[in-house]
Design a protein around this ligand. Structure first.
Ligand code: GLU
Ligand code: MG
Length: 453
């Protein structure tokens, strides 16, 4: 869409403000808005933002990163293809942005640019990644001391469907008006917990869509006087909120096997190709570091527990919901098309551009080095003895954000993919968040994470 077409659509919808949004290193969606009078001009010029914002943590405090202080700025330049009218805010629209330097170059600290780079690397290897996120969230209400669940419904129960029906119908209508295709909805395990999934798209669009869903669910819930929480573990004694990533790899246009699902091989074990197993091998090899990007908050590590179906070990398996990677059984008659991998240790505190880019970088490394993922696991790895897990090469995922960051800093593949500036800014931001919550009681930590995402 060219700027004039965007302007025309905005005028027709009586838009006054167009938000220029991005997701920062703290996983927070932030931005500034332009009045429609300056829209066309600002689509080319961008909106100025201080360099410090990529060192800004999710506690609204600045981490110490060289060059990210009070001096200097970058420009938020919107991607016009992401333009949507906001169904939950009056006369408002938004676009998602890339971060450009004043020399009009992609800024090395821009997460969306990082994902674009990983997508380009995959394309060089003849591959395109398709992805979709399962969005789990709680509907809740504020109380004088914290938050309480919106209802007491049971897992998948029709009572839950009824309790949330009006809100969810408005959410789905709002998503449809923004061009998103909803696949499934269900009342999840936790009281007031919901799950919504969106049709898959190429990796960049899938990450954009994940932000769009967060914005929309939060916005619509607010219109109903309810709070939507995307925190990883908003209620310490209930199921966590995952953002499981489903992904598949397809032959890139012009490459060998263009348009074919490269994960699928009817002769392969369980219908999975050798390349698919190498991809899994790469993800498992980098998993302790990767979770620093996909489970990005101190609160995330209260979710990654054995027996909560969130995954807690470096294991994978066919239809195994305790595996960090589940290979879901393909759909009848659509085997080639529907074969995909589900990556479970991900939640909405992870910036989706970093999460998907990191996942892609890890998997591609597995393909390049032909890594062997070992044997699939067909039981709950949490029920195995330590000795048995060690024998199978299964290890516990990091149990804190700091432990995950240690692994990330030691992972030369992921840090090289991120580049030095994004790595140092990201780690500094996350270390600051970790330090801030280190001496806070878990209840306070959960309370402060409740509404961030
Ligand atoms: N809520 C679980 C999690 O934290 C996932 C439950 C499921 O969808 O299997 O990942
Ligand atoms: Mg679920």
């Amino acid at each position: 869409m060219d700027p004039q077409t965007v302007l025309q659509r905005a005028v027709e919808a009586h838009v006054r403000l167009v938000r220029f949004l991005y997701c920062d290193n703290g996983g927070i969606i932030r931005g500034k808005a332009t009045h429609i009078n300056g829209l066309v001009r600002r689509m080319a010029e961008g909106i100025g933002q201080t360099l410090a914002m990529q060192a800004f943590a999710s506690i609204d405090a600045l981490a110490a990163v060289e060059g990210m202080g009070p001096v200097g700025e970058f420009r938020l330049v919107p991607d016009p293809t992401t333009f949507v009218i906001l169904p939950y805010a009056p006369n408002s629209a938004m676009m998602l942005c890339d971060m450009l330097t004043l020399e009009r170059q992609p800024w090395a600290a821009c997460p969306r640019t990082f994902l674009k780079r990983m997508v380009a690397t995959a394309a060089q290897m003849g591959m395109v990644m398709q992805a979709a996120v399962e969005h789990e969230f709680y509907l809740a209400r504020a109380t004088p001391t914290g938050y309480e669940s919106f209802d007491r419904s049971l897992c998948y129960s029709s009572v839950g469907f009824d309790a949330s029906a009006r809100i969810i119908d408005d959410v789905i209508a709002a998503l449809e008006r923004q061009g998103l295709q909803v696949e499934q909805f269900m009342p999840e395990l936790g009281p007031g917990q919901q799950e919504l999934s969106i049709h898959h798209a190429d990796a960049l669009r899938a990450a954009d869509n994940a932000l769009l869903v967060r914005e929309t669910v939060r916005g619509v819930a607010q219109q109903h006087g309810v709070i939507a929480s995307f925190a990883a573990k908003p209620f310490l004694d209930q199921a966590g909120n995952g953002a499981h990533i489903h992904c598949s790899l397809w032959g890139a246009p012009g490459a060998a096997h263009a348009g074919y699902n490269l994960l699928f091989d009817p002769r392969g074990r369980g219908g999975i190709s050798q390349m698919g197993f190498h991809f899994i091998g790469g993800v498992l090899a980098h998993l302790p570091a990767l979770v620093a990007l996909t489970c990005a908050s101190p609160n995330s590590y209260r979710r990654l527990l054995p027996h909560f179906w969130s995954s807690a070990y470096t294991a994978y398996g066919f239809d195994n919901r305790e595996g960090a990677i589940r290979i879901p059984s393909a759909f009848w008659g659509r085997e080639a098309e529907s074969t995909n991998l589900e990556f479970k240790p991900a939640d909405h505190s992870g910036n989706p551009y970093l999460a998907l880019g990191g996942l892609l970088a890890a998997g591609l490394d597995g393909i390049r080095r032909q890594l062997d993922p070992g044997e699939p696991v067909d039981l709950d790895p949490g029920n195995l003895s330590d000795t048995e897990r060690a024998r199978r090469g299964i290890t516990r995922l990091p149990t804190s954000l700091d432990a995950a960051l240690d692994a990330l800093q030691a992972d030369t593949v992921l840090t090289a993919a991120l580049g030095p500036l994004l790595t140092s800014a990201y780690v500094a931001v996350k270390r600051l968040e970790s330090r801030y919550f280190a001496d806070k009681p878990p209840e306070e930590e959960a309370r402060q994470h409740f509404c961030k995402y």
